[in-house]
Design a protein around this ligand. Structure first.
Ligand code: ADP
Length: 191
C-alpha cells in the first residue's frame, strides 16, 4: 500500500499533479481544500465554518480539519492507498495522520514536496483566479496571507517527514508534463 503526501505552497500544482498520479497509480485522492469547497457549495455547517477561515487566507482549525480527514479516510476502506493533497498543513495534523494510518495498520510512504518560486506561485494563482471562481484566488492580499501562513505553519511539516526519512523535494518549476515526469520518477522508486 502506498500512501503519499503531496505537499507544496498554494499554487504549487498539487491538484493538477494529484489527478495524474491517481490515474497511473490507482490511489484514492483526498484534497482537503476540495472537501471544504464541496461543503461550502452544499451549505453545510462545516462549509460555513470553513468558509470563514478560507476567505481570509487562514487555516481551518486543526480539530475540525482532522475530524473531516478521518471521515474521508473511513469512507474509503477499499482504497489501495491514498494521496493526501493539502493535508497535513500543520505539525499536529501530521501527527494525527500518522495515528490514523497506524490504527489501520499502514503508514505514510513518502512526502513529495513541490518546490516553486514565490513569484511563480503568485502568477499561477492570478491565472487560476480567472477560471476557478475561488474568492481566495481573487484577492492579492488573501494570496499573500496564504503564502505567509504556508511559510510559518505549513513549511515546518517538511521537518516532520524529514526526521522519518520520508521527505523528497521535487522541482515544481517548468511545464506540467515535466513536473509530472519528476513525480513519476520519484514514485517509481517507492514501488
Ligand atoms: P491552495 O493550496 O491553493 O491554497 P487548497 O484548496 O488546498 O488550496 O486550500 C484552500 C484553503 O482551504 C486553505 O487556504 C485553507 O483555508 C483551507 N484548508 C485546506 N486544507 C487545509 C488543512 N489541511 N488545514 C487547514 N485548512 C485547510
Amino acid at each position: 500500500m502506498i500512501n503519499l503526501v503531496l505537499f507544496g505552497p498554494p499554487g504549487a500544482g498539487k491538484g493538477t499533479q494529484a489527478e495524474r498520479i491517481v490515474e497511473k497509480y490507482n490511489l484514492h485522492h483526498i484534497s482537503t481544500g476540495d472537501v471544504f469547497r464541496a461543503n461550502i457549495s452544499a451549505e453545510t455547517e462545516l462549509g460555513k465554518l470553513a468558509k470563514s477561515y478560507m476567505d481570509q487566507g487562514q487555516l481551518v482549525p486543526d480539530e475540525v480539519t482532522i475530524k473531516m480527514l478521518i471521515s474521508e479516510v473511513d469512507k474509503n476502506p477499499e482504497a489501495a492507498g491514498f494521496i493526501f493533497d493539502g493535508f497535513p498543513r500543520t505539525k499536529p495534523q501530521a501527527a494525527a495522520l500518522d495515528e490514523i494510518l497506524e490504527s489501520k495498520g499502514t503508514s505514510i510512504s513518502s512526502m513529495l514536496a513541490l518546490d516553486v518560486e514565490e513569484d511563480e506561485l503568485k502568477d499561477r494563482l492570478k491565472k487560476r483566479a480567472e477560471v476557478s471562481g475561488r474568492a481566495d484566488d481573487a484577492d492579492p492580499e488573501v494570496i499573500q496571507k496564504r503564502i505567509d501562513v504556508y511559510k510559518k505553519e505549513t513549511a515546518p511539516v517538511k521537518d516532520f517527514y524529514s526526521e522519518q526519512g520520508k521527505f523528497t523535494s521535487i522541482n515544481g518549476m517548468g511545464s506540467i508534463d515535466e513536473i509530472t515526469n519528476r513525480l513519476f520518477e520519484a514514485l517509481d522508486k517507492l514501488s
